[in-house]
Design a protein around this ligand. Structure first.
Ligand SMILES: Cc1cc2nc3c(=O)[nH]c(=O)nc-3n(C[C@H](O)[C@H](O)[C@H](O)COP(=O)(O)OP(=O)(O)OC[C@H]3O[C@@H](n4cnc5c(N)ncnc54)[C@H](O)[C@@H]3O)c2cc1C
Length: 375
């Protein structure tokens, strides 16, 4: 892994995630039953191996832009489910680290870093997807606590999480400024989890809240700015996840092109197959360079880091979709077989465009930044 953006610590981290993937993920990634239970298992194994600390900000963990990128790239290469466990942990930890009181940070960040507790973040609702400002979950003050009621949808890690960060509003408030973040214990009364079944077996669920006790995280009305900042910090990692999935599509395609014979020769002998491999390689490498550069800029605290991360995320999710398409072409009918790796990658790749801000919203943010700069 020779790369000017990485030092020995990143190379070491990369090796640890790769070893973890080879030992615990490669053989089982195609088992698609019970994703929530599998997420719990993967989370506890990652924790035991010390591989959740890079999801958690210092001093409780060791998170950095490049560390998160390395983790997400390697995990997504083997299993998007494992990558999602890590990224849910990272998002929850980032929000708690940015907005939590000392007591809240002590209570949750150490256990999140060790993997004793898994985290989940509930922002989306059936009527509030890209437009989180429309979230309706209510938070009513009850002495020192708050009581939350509402429905959160598409919560990654729900059901295995010991702590939830949830976006909710004071009764009667309207619009984005009425939204705050809250912390809920995973065992809290009134919290129930109802699995969603997307086309890929990913650990997502609806979370219903019925007067669930919670404490506020951060200032009143600061929910959306805190979420926007956390997405920005994690965005090079989101690009990394897409690069990992794209790299797997490429590796599977190289292998298949050498093994599959037609007209008495491996299909790797045909110019069209070779061109597909060359295009895939170039696309994956370009995305990787952008993602790593964005993570490096983030670690350097550079002003242009958010813009670079947005560009990297766009290019990398596009690269993942393009790589999967080419992989399917080269695999022929094999690519359509349920349970084959490329078929799984095809179903998983779509999720990359939606998580942590949709591709369209990231494009709008990037355009806004470019225009602002030129004013
Ligand atoms: C695998 C997976 C995991 C997820 N994990 C979580 C999680 O842990 N926590 C959580 O809270 N949410 C999670 N989500 C939800 C995710 O954040 C939402 O799917 C996303 O915000 C988009 O919302 P939506 O799907 O309702 O699409 P909609 O908001 O209905 O949007 C539909 C389409 O319209 C586009 N669009 C919407 N508004 C605009 C606009 N103003 N301009 C241009 N285009 C626009 C969108 O980009 C999209 O293409 C997850 C989703 C998936 C698929």
């Amino acid at each position: 892994m020779i790369d000017p953006h990485f030092d020995d610590s990143h190379r070491d981290l990369d090796r640890r995630y790769r070893d973890f993937g080879e030992s615990h993920l490669r053989a089982v990634a195609r088992h698609e039953e019970a994703p929530i239970e599998r997420a719990r298992e993967v989370g506890s194994r990652l924790g035991e191996s010390g591989l959740l600390a890079p999801a958690v900000p210092t001093p409780f963990g060791t998170a950095s832009g490049r560390g998160v990128l390395v983790a997400r790239e390697r995990l997504a290469y083997f299993s998007l489910l494992a990558e999602m466990v890590f990224s849910a942990q990272a998002l929850a930890a980032q929000l708690i680290g940015a907005a939590g009181t000392e007591v809240q940070c002590r209570r949750w960040l150490g256990p999140l870093a060790s993997g004793d507790v898994l985290g989940a973040v509930g922002l989306s609702e059936p009527e509030a997807g890209a437009d989180l400002g429309a979230a309706r979950t209510q938070a009513e003050e009850d002495g020192a606590l708050w009581r939350l009621s509402g429905l959160k949808s598409w919560v990654t890690g729900a059901g295995s999480a010991g702590v939830y960060v949830v976006l909710a509003r004071a009764p009667g408030s309207e619009g984005p400024r009425g939204l705050s973040l809250f912390l809920l214990d995973g065992e809290a009364p009134g919290l129930t989890v109802h699995p969603i079944e997307p086309m890929a077996a990913l650990p997502v669920a609806e979370v219903r809240l019925a007067g669930t006790p919670a404490v506020r995280l951060g200032e009143e009305g600061q929910g959306l700015p805190l979420v926007a900042k956390a997405y920005e910090v994690l965005r090079p990692g989101a690009a990394g996840a897409a690069c990992g999935l794209a790299a797997r599509a490429l590796d599977e395609t190289v292998r298949h092109a050498q093994a599959r014979r037609q007209f008495g020769r491996p299909i790797a002998a045909f110019p069209t197959t070779r061109m597909a491999l060359a295009d895939m390689h170039a696309t994956v490498e370009a995305a990787r360079r952008l993602a790593r550069h964005a993570a490096w800029l983030a670690d350097a605290g550079a002003e242009e880091a958010p813009r670079a991360a947005a560009a990297a995320r766009l290019v990398a999710t596009g690269a993942a979709e393009a790589a999967v398409q080419r992989a399917l072409e080269v695999h022929g009918a094999q690519g359509l077989v349920r349970g084959s790796t490329v078929e799984r990658l095809f179903r998983e790749a779509r999720a990359l465009r939606l998580r942590e801000g949709t591709t369209e919203i990231v494009r709008l943010e990037l355009a806004e930044a470019i225009l602002k700069e030129s004013r």
